[in-house]
Ligand binder design. Structure first.
Ligand SMILES: CC(C)(COP(=O)(O)OP(=O)(O)OC[C@H]1O[C@@H](n2cnc3c(N)ncnc32)[C@H](O)[C@@H]1OP(=O)(O)O)[C@@H](O)C(=O)NCCC(=O)NCCS
Length: 164
């Protein structure tokens, strides 16, 4: 299966995973503003949609094509990095992020990536539990890497998972 094909079995048939392209920028910007507390800027989203080293995946409702979740993957020389994954608040805790991660890991492996890397805020318990539930382990941290809304800093956790 080509890696930009619809994955029509995902999410009990109510959702299709599809690789987003430049035409999806307005919908992607709107999704980020609605769903992501750490929303990417329009310029960064456009660079990811157009960049050769990126794949942007959207989970679209089969009913009306609305975006329910988005994941952004960057390809490195030997590995891949999950730079963002976000699910609409109303669609959380139904297995959608885990489903997307499974698909993304298969795509990254198909592209030759040996590991999937990511980083997250140390306080992001939901994300950490999600990643641990699909086999990621913490292998480092960056002290004071993130800025919090109250102006204080927060550590980043580095996690990875072998794809072989
Ligand atoms: C983190 C996030 C992507 C999870 O998406 P989701 O679709 O709700 O996750 P899933 O339903 O697939 O959950 C899979 C597992 O993750 C863990 N998990 C997810 N949300 C959780 C929460 N709020 N609290 C505790 N564990 C949680 C659980 O282990 C869950 O398995 P279970 O439901 O069988 O217990 C979502 O909360 C989100 O979009 N958050 C805002 C953006 C964000 O923080 N992204 C990560 C940046 S690093």
């Amino acid at each position: 299966m080509p890696i930009d094909a619809f994955h029509s079995e995902a999410y009990h048939g109510r959702i299709s995973l599809v690789r987003l392209g430049a035409d999806d920028l307005p919908a992607l910007v709107a999704f980020e503003r609605q769903a992501n507390d750490d929303a990417w800027s329009e310029a960064l989203l456009e660079a990811a949609l157009r960049g050769e080293g990126y794949a942007v995946w959207g989970a679209r409702s089969a009913e009306d094509s609305a975006l329910w979740a988005v994941a952004i993957l960057a390809y490195l020389p030997f590995d891949a990095e999950l730079q963002s994954i976000c699910v609409l608040p109303d669609a959380r805790r139904q297995g959608l992020a885990r489903e997307m991660l499974g698909w993304i890991m298969r795509c990254a492996r198909t592209q030759g990536a040996e590991h999937l890397l990511l980083e997250l805020r140390a306080s992001n318990v939901a994300a950490r539990k999600l990643y641990e539930s699909v086999g990621f382990e913490v292998d480092g941290q960056r002290r004071g890497y993130y800025r919090r809304e109250d102006g204080r800093s927060e550590d980043a956790l580095l996690m990875s998972r072998a794809l072989a």
